[in-house]
Design a protein around this ligand. Sequence first.
Ligand SMILES: [Zn+2]
Ligand SMILES: [Zn+2]
Length: 129
Amino acid sequence: MIESRIVAVLALIGPVSGLAEEAQRLEEEHGPGLIVKQRFDCYLIMTPGDFYPINCGCGRCDELVRSQIYEIDGNGIRYACRFMIVCPKCGNKRCPRASHHDYQCTGSNEPGQTGSKYGPSGGYQEATR
Ligand SMILES: [Zn+2]
Ligand SMILES: [Zn+2]
């Protein structure tokens, strides 16, 4: 499985001139078929793949996306800007699927579920930056 990776972060509001050159430069560096997706105040340019963390909705992928953006732009405020992660299926924050997509949705918001970062075993924990 090829996981898509963010290769550039472009400001939503910025100079239009130079964008075509930037797009060409990125394709030469990362190959054809780059994907563009808007996230908050910027466009993310990412490599094509079988799996797109930005579309996943779990805590692990949310952190990965924010880390990759941070590595590119070094913007700590943008890194910190996030919403509460809930399971995309059941909407519960303590559902294990909310913390990591490897876990099945339990449809439950009970505390202490295996795999949940709210669980006793720890589950997936976000790194602090
Ligand atoms: Zn995920
Ligand atoms: Zn769920």
